[in-house]
Design a protein. Structure first.
Length: 577
């Protein structure tokens, strides 16, 4: 039975053939996971932010003081929280944490889901099978998508949730179905719990939904009989906007309140000594002029989406011809993300990293989908009063249009441009080092050094594990030494900042049976290290008798050439000055 309650492209969801893309998801997940294990454990190329979240999972589950608040409040929690089930296995299989595997599994699953969303947007549009296959394969094989599927970083879940919201709002533009608004609202809430960046697309989505609802509001005969005026129209528009806004607002409010309740700071990302603002200050960032920063942002977007202007122009032209408002959705949502990232970098509030502009890749793909003519009904559970009436029959599938073929060719070219750019150290600060592992004959000392990231921390962890120390024997701050905790077979031997008694132990290590203190240089990010803040001369002199140097481990991996120093606690109680 077919349920069509108006001459529109809106039909009941159960009347369409339901092809669940589970097999595609499983295959992509397996490929991305295998690549991630090779990248992280095989060649040792581990992203710092990724492993820091693994260390948070270790502190939350396996430390001497396990509790959920140990997940930390500098970053939003979802990226680490979804690793909890697998993190529990780290008690029996420490390599899952040591080699970042829990994070890899997380990002591989979400990026496979992001690919499925691209496929879903194409199928919702009714694109021919060959177009859907090409778009799905190109997106899944894009080098940035592959790298961040395998890296364990937050880009994968963030793209998944934003694409989910985009898909729902594209459908809502024709279906007027409140279920699509609810889905979009939930997606934005989860995107915020993944990254703070989600506030930008959430804001513009609320504005978009409110404006569109207000413009297309048509009172029923009953409403007109009751004298309904502009007030009802405004109320209806505000209600639709609130449906999208409320899940994200609740996520923002509850996470901020939890942070304030536990730490005394509602927005640790901005106010904490461990937050982004402090990291930028410690790293000495922000020396370039705003014009230079703007140029860098444009360059980053150009190498990730060189054909975006062409796609945007074609999509808008065809949208005007077809009176198709759906194109507004990806332009404003992804545009808000890219605009916010550019503005933050121009203001000197973030780092010059290629990954911050990765959203331009799905934007290009969604625009290419919208260049294609609609070839299927909008799938909806309950078409709303403003569901589209513009097409009463399904359009017949025609041969490929020239603009669509050109767009697909440009996507192929864009993928090649991105691949080449990722090997450039100036453009791809984080990503370029892997080139030494995949390009035969490429001998770059800096890249080969970066491929040994966290090798020194693993040696420290192995040394401490071999000592078979009791619980709470090693004092350290995870601001720089998180990889030591993540690499250890015995996380309970460490006293870390998330422990409830950390400050007391830090003030008098000997009294609390601490045997060793791991120290980092009191420069750069080490300025925020709790040991250095309490004992400013610990690294240089052992804080005047608090500790005696027993081990120095040079950092032969990554871009920081400094060494770790391990001090044995002498038993003397010092001021640390």
């Amino acid at each position: 039975m077919t349920v069509i309650d108006r001459p529109a492209l809106s039909v009941a969801v159960h009347d369409l053939p339901g092809r669940k893309p589970w097999r595609m998801f499983v295959v992509l997940f397996a490929i991305y996971t295998a690549l991630g294990v090779w990248m992280n454990a095989g060649i040792g190329f581990i992203f710092t932010d990724s492993l820091s979240r693994v260390a948070a999972v270790s502190a939350m589950l396996l430390s001497r003081d396990p509790h959920f608040a140990a997940i930390g409040f500098v970053f939003t929690p979802l990226t680490a929280a979804v690793q909890i089930p697998m993190g529990l296995m780290g008690h029996w299989w420490p390599d899952l944490l040591r080699w970042n595997v829990t994070a890899v599994v997380m990002s591989a699953a979400f990026m496979a889901g992001a690919v499925i969303q691209i496929r879903g947007i194409s199928r919702d549009r009714g694109c021919t099978r060959w177009v859907t296959v090409i778009l799905t394969v190109l997106f899944a094989a894009n080098p940035m998508i592959v790298m961040y599927a395998a890296s364990g970083m937050s880009e994968a879940p963030f793209l998944f949730f934003v694409l989910w919201a985009t898909r729902r709002l594209i459908r809502w533009m024709r279906s007027d179905d409140v279920h699509d608004l609810i889905g979009a609202g939930l997606a934005f809430a989860l995107a915020y719990l993944t990254r703070y960046d989600a506030l930008a697309p959430l804001f513009v989505a609320v504005v978009l939904v409110t404006v569109v609802s207000w413009l297309r509001f048509r009172p029923t005969a009953e409403d007109r009989g009751e004298g309904a005026g502009p007030g009802l129209r405004l109320w209806a528009a505000a209600l639709d906007g609130a449906v999208v806004m409320m899940p994200g607002f609740l996520a923002f409010a509850l996470w901020s309140f939890a942070s304030w309740l536990i730490t005394g700071q509602a927005f640790q990302q901005f106010s904490s000594v461990y937050g982004n603002s402090s990291i930028l200050e410690q790293a000495g960032a922000g020396t370039d002029s705003p014009i230079a920063r703007l140029g860098f942002s444009i360059t980053e977007m150009a190498v990730l989406g060189p054909a975006l202007p062409v796609f945007a122009v074609l999509a808008v032209i065809y949208a005007l011809r077809r009176r198709d408002t759906e194109v507004v959705v990806p332009l404003v949502l992804f545009g808000a993300i890219l605009g916010a990232q550019t503005l933050l970098y121009v203001m000197g509030s973030t780092f010059p990293l290629l990954r911050f502009y990765i959203s331009i890749i799905p934007l290009c793909f969604v625009l290419v989908v919208l260049i294609a003519p609609r070839g299927a009904p909008v799938v909806t559970r309950r078409p709303g009063a403003a569901a589209s009436r513009s097409v009463s029959t399904y359009p017949e599938q025609a041969g490929p249009s020239l603009p669509l073929v050109i767009s697909l060719c440009l996507l192929v070219g864009s993928t090649l441009v991105t691949f080449v750019a990722m090997g450039n150290a100036r453009i791809a600060v984080l990503e370029h080092s892997i080139a030494s592992a995949i390009i035969p004959g490429r001998q770059n000392l800096e890249e080969q050094t970066n491929l040994r990231t966290f090798a020194a921390e693993r040696r420290i962890a192995r040394y401490l594990d071999d000592l078979a120390l009791p619980e709470g024997s090693v004092l350290l701050d995870t601001v720089q030494s998180y990889a030591v905790v993540a690499s250890s077979n015995n996380p309970r031997q460490f006293v870390v900042p998330s422990d409830a008694d950390f400050v007391r132990v830090l003030n008098n290590p000997a009294e609390h049976h601490v045997e060793y203190i791991l120290s980092v240089p009191n420069t750069g990010r080490g300025v925020s290290d709790a040991v250095n803040r309490r004992y400013p001369t610990m690294y240089d002199t052992g804080a005047g008798g608090v500790g005696a140097l027993v081990l120095e481990v040079p950092n032969d991996g990554g871009m920081d050439p400094s060494a770790w120093r391990l001090y044995r606690v002498t038993g003397e109680r010092q001021t640390g000055r």
